[in-house]
Design a protein around this ligand. Structure first.
Ligand code: M6R
Length: 599
């Protein structure tokens, strides 16, 4: 949540600040701003709404050799210009951008600023006022920055500008993502590599608790004790061109269309000839565990539910799937030898990081594997093992290709562990995933007809997806996708549960879509569809060709265990067309952000 950028160098940083914020807009987009030193004074430009509004307000001839910027997802205080970042100290000497949440901001205000009026309602303003307070006591900027940080509880990524020292940016982080980009005669700061990839492919990680003194020609990282830290730069596996929309109108449809490509990529990365190629330690840890805990949020949680099936059916290991935000604070009794599998497209989700901290407090020997799409993301660095999704950058807030990739990678992992345990599975996973890839392609080729169906179906304020078994999990994901981009109130239900309450909501024309990819459950789910149809519902069944009846939407036959990877694509297209048909900003739905970096 929120994105921050910084620039210091011999060139003009304004273009980078705006470009960087445009790339980070997916993290939050209710307001934004930039600040920099221009003609020895600090110039701050802020606005409500999107970065394009900021661009319009920014004079073409503006020059900043040092500057900072922010795109906001409001946590403290309403969406208005005053609460938007950057924030300034009372004398305007210090200017700050912040991503994160300061839990003790009220306490700090009461302790250090009793009776003073703050300009904004934000937790951030207290940090910049503290820095000024400590500087007025005679501390250098670095000392004042460090002292202010030592008082903070919570999460932060900070970039500070001092009007009296135009040659330096002060940077620090705790539990919020932040990277330094290394340039020539200049350096950059950004919440992630995407923000800077157009300008550099060399990055430095920053660890929690470190501070970084960034100048045009140097970057000094200091640990908590003030020792200089030497760290090698890294180059992430992304290219600038990847973050372009190309021929597509929106990132969401581009990413839906990239799913066949993502499947092929996964196959090529995880198979070496006929053999699965994965870190032996990961396989062994799962083999030796007595229970798996798959943990995620939103779409990643839904992918975990599908993955549970593979581990329980193929590996025969008890597997629990939990929402990270619940698990951290309502932890179940853990088994004797648990293994944790985190699912996170972004690798930055704060709720998952909280789980990591809490579980490690219980036993620091427990092992964590993260399946993530972002190499060198925070969770990837903090967990013991990483399996990359290889889906390519996902920018639309609604996750699509990451979801299908998560299921595919989980299936390969479970398949391999089952093999190592000597269980003879009756499927060749590589071959079946290729069949899945072709099936996805044929659905994508049929997008026009799917749009026609979407236009007919989603005409009401609410909608339901139903399914049984693994199709119930797909129904939950299909419902999440539709509601988050189209704002149609949608629920995913276990077919059999309808008559235990929810069927009361069925009225004339209420859309109900059933997913049926399991032969054994076909008749049961059809029974549920007929119950709602008798009460006026506008129904559709999405099913495998071999089970299809007249009026159904048939998807190509694939292995039933892997069918959730295919059936969901139809529902992703439904969500896309329902949202664009309503004229909504499908890539940036209201109130949401791509990387949820606050709990
Ligand atoms: O980056 P993560 O996979 O950890 O994100 C988890 C959820 O925030 C994410 O899946 C969210 O639900 C998406 N908006 C769903 O489309």
């Amino acid at each position: 949540m929120c994105g921050i950028v910084g620039y210091i160098g011999n060139g003009n940083g304004v273009e980078f600040l705006i470009d960087g914020l445009n790339s980070l807009e997916y993290r939050g987009y209710d307001s934004c701003g930039i600040a920099g030193i221009s003609d020895e004074d600090v110039r701050v430009i802020k606005t409500v709404g999107r970065i394009k509004n900021l661009e319009e307000l920014t004079p073409e001839d503006l020059v900043f050799n040092v500057g900072i910027g922010h795109t906001r997802w409001a946590t403290h205080g309403g969406v208005n210009v005053v609460n938007s970042h950057p924030h300034q100290s009372a004398s305007s000497r210090f200017t700050l951008v912040h991503n994160g949440v300061i839990e003790n901001f009220q306490e700090l205000k009461d302790r250090f600023f009793k009776g003073h009026n703050f300009v904004s309602e934000t937790d951030t303003e207290v940090i910049v006022q503290l820095i000024e307070l400590f500087a007025q006591d005679g501390l250098t900027t670095k000392e004042a920055f460090l002292k202010a940080i030592s008082k903070l509880q919570g999460s932060y990524a900070l970039c500070l500008l001092d009007k009296e020292d135009a040659d330096t940016l002060y940077v620090a982080k705790n539990k919020s993502p932040l990277l330094i980009g290394l340039g020539s005669e200049c350096n950059y700061v950004g919440s992630d590599a995407l923000a800077m990839i157009k300008y550099t492919n060399k990055f430095l990680e920053i660890n929690d608790g470190e501070i970084v003194i960034v100048k045009a020609n140097s970057v000094d990282i200091e640990d908590k004790e003030g020792n200089l830290v030497s760290r090698n730069p890294f180059t992430p596996n992304i290219k600038y061109g990847e973050i372009d929309k190309g021929v597509y109108d929106h990132y969401m449809i581009k990413e839906i269309n990239e799913q066949a490509f993502a499947m092929r990529n996964i196959i090529s990365k995880y198979f070496d000839g006929k053999n699965v190629s994965m870190d032996e330690e990961i396989i062994n840890n799962i083999k030796d565990a007595d229970r798996l805990y798959i943990i995620g949020c939103g779409t990643s949680y839904n992918a975990g539910l599908v993955g549970k099936n593979y581990f329980e059916k193929w590996v025969r290991i008890p597997t629990e799937v939990h929402l990270a935000s619940e698990f951290a604070y309502n932890m179940p009794i853990l088994s004797k030898k648990p293994m944790f599998i985190f699912l996170s497209q972004s690798g930055e989700t704060a709720d998952l990081r909280a789980v990591l901290t809490k579980v490690r407090e219980i036993n620091s020997d427990y092992k964590f594997l993260v399946l993530t799409n972002v190499d060198a993301s925070t969770l990837s660095r903090e967990c013991d093992y990483t399996l990359l999704l290889h889906a390519g950058v996902e920018i639309a807030v609604a996750s699509t290709k990451a979801y299908t990739s998560q299921i595919a990678v989980l299936s390969i992992l479970a398949y391999e562990v089952a093999n190592r345990l000597g269980y003879k599975l009756k499927l060749d996973i590589e071959k079946e995933l290729s069949v899945v890839t072709n099936a996805i392609e044929s659905i994508l080729d049929d997008a026009k007809n799917i749009k026609v169906l979407a236009d007919k179906l989603f005409t009401e304020r609410n909608a339901f997806y139903i399914g049984r078994g693994v199709d119930y999990y797909s129904a939950c994901e299909a419902a999440l996708k539709l509601k988050e981009v189209s704002y149609i109130q949608t629920e995913g239900f276990a077919g059999g549960e309808l008559k235990h309450g929810t069927i009361a909501l069925i009225e004339e024309d209420t859309p109900v879509v059933a997913l049926i990819t399991n032969t054994k459950l076909d008749l049961n789910t059809r029974g549920n569809i007929s119950e709602v149809a008798s009460r006026g519902a506008n129904t559709l069944v999405i099913t495998l060709e071999k089970l299809a009846r007249e009026g159904d939407y048939a998807i190509p036959n694939v292995n039933e265990e892997l069918a959730p990877i295919v059936s969901i694509v139809v529902t992703q297209l439904f969500a896309y067309y329902a949202a664009t048909g309503r004229g909504l900003d499908v890539d940036k739905p209201r109130n949401l952000a791509k990387a949820v970096t606050v709990e």
